[in-house]
Structures are given as structure tokens and as C-alpha cells.
Write a protein that binds this ligand. Sequence first.
Ligand SMILES: Cc1cc2nc3c(=O)[nH]c(=O)nc-3n(C[C@H](O)[C@H](O)[C@H](O)COP(=O)(O)O)c2cc1C
Length: 268
Amino acid sequence: MSLTINIYYTGENGSARAFANEMIAKGIVDQVRNEKGNKRYEYFFPLNDPETVLLIDCWESQEALDFHHKSPMMEQIAELRNKYHLKMRVEQYTSISKENQDFETVIRNRMATRKFKNKKVEPEKLNRILEAGRLAPTAKNLQPQKIYVATSTEALEKIDKVSPCRYGASTVLIVCSDKKIAWTKDDYSTYEMDACIVATHMMLEATNVGIDNIWIEMFDKQELKKEFKLEDGVEPICLIPIGYKDDEYKGNPLHNVRKTLDETVKFI
Ligand SMILES: Cc1cc2nc3c(=O)[nH]c(=O)nc-3n(C[C@H](O)[C@H](O)[C@H](O)COP(=O)(O)O)c2cc1C
């Protein structure tokens, strides 16, 4: 998270600019920049309004900003503001970073991505994604999942042979499940269900670490098994291309089309 505060100081006869210049000359600007949690502290002189000075002040947390408000420097700033008889207008914005969002934000930010940049996923991020899959629940904790991480040109070419849906991603997770390991009773097995939970964990963690993704069902499963020489009983469940969405990607048109809870939930 970060907080951006735009402060507009307005005066008369150039007093706002004199104020900013005195702040700079006294080194107050430098002191603030050195304060803990300060990301940006910069004065701008709008060309169309010579009586206004804009300060853009950016903090990494509310705590850092509160600390700044209590610092002795605030008195110096207030003194100067009074000396120049300035009016002050404040706008505050909160922005949420793409990484380590709260769970609710991850759920809302995840979106099917159908155009990726040619940029690799950093190994640390990939590791966090795979780890999230490792921690997923499975029936009887049998963990039948087998995840193949396709990054080589050869592997990606094989993906392209079996699916039209890589969308330019430089990494594709091939989520499989081993029927020989999964919980089975009579003719029923949870192999697919288990792998879907693993895949969902990975998608959400990908979003959490700022990596765009999509779930792909449209691929030739028999061909994929042949291309990657999967051992008997290992069934491909889905592909998850991951990476960074292309700047031109406008978003999935269906993303915000959701039924109401009334249509899908019934209290009984
Ligand atoms: C089980 C499943 C299979 C999907 N298969 C494909 C696919 O083969 N190709 C594709 O482009 N998108 C595929 N999607 C993406 C869905 O179209 C997308 O998730 C849906 O439109 C909702 O949009 P959102 O993910 O942006 O919220 C699939 C999604 C799921 C959950």
C-alpha cells in the first residue's frame, strides 16, 4: 500500500513560490525525503497558476505519515505556511501495490489474461506460486498432483501444438494428477478435484505476487500426454499460462459478468 498526498498551497503575489523556495533553501525538503517511510516529496510549480504550488508527498504507510505529522519539522512547515499566509487544499489517495495484497483484493484482482508480454517470471515468484500449490488440500492428503513447468522453447512449442491458448506466456504450468495416487472408491476418484484445488491455489498466489494468469481447458489431452511422455495414470487437468499481461490487453470482457448470489445460492 502507499499513500499519495497532493497538497496545493495557494497565496498572493508569488508567496506560494517564495514559501516553496524557502522550504528548499532551508533543507526542509531534504529532511523530509530522509524520513522513514517517505517515498516521494516534491514541489511542482503549475504553469497555469503562478499563485499555487503543488507538493506531492508519498508515504509507504499511514503509520509513517502519522509519525511525520508528529515530527518537529511539521512545526517549521506550519510556521512558514503562516508567514506566507497560504491556503492549503489536500487530496489523499491510497494505492494498493500488486504484490502481497489482502485476500479480498487478490480475489477481486484475479482476471483471465489472454495476451502476455515476453517477460520471464522471476524464480522467487514462481517458487511462491508452486509452494501455494504444494500447500493445497487434497482428499485424504494423498497429494496426487504432478506439476510440469514449461519454460524451454521446446516445451512451449509442444504446448502450442496441443493448444491455441498459450497467449504468448513464457511459462506454462501443466497441472496433472496421478490417478494411481488419488483417493479412489469403486469407480469414483478425486484426482481431478484435487488438481483443481492445487491449480486454484497457484492462480491466486500468482495474482498475489503480481503475476497474471489464466486457466486453460482447451487443449488436446491425449496429444499432450504423448508430447510430454506422461507416465500411465498421470492425467493432464489444465494449463495455466503465467506471466505479465501485455500493456495492450484490455481485460477479459466476461470478467465482471457474474450471476447474483440469489441465482447461485439458496439457504435451505
Ligand atoms: C475450468 C476453466 C476452463 C477454462 N478454459 C479456458 C480456455 O480453454 N481458454 C480460455 O481462453 N479461457 C479459459 N478459461 C477462462 C474463463 O473463460 C474465464 O475464467 C471466465 O471468462 C471468467 O473470467 P475471469 O477469469 O476474468 O474472471 C477457463 C476457465 C476455467 C475456470
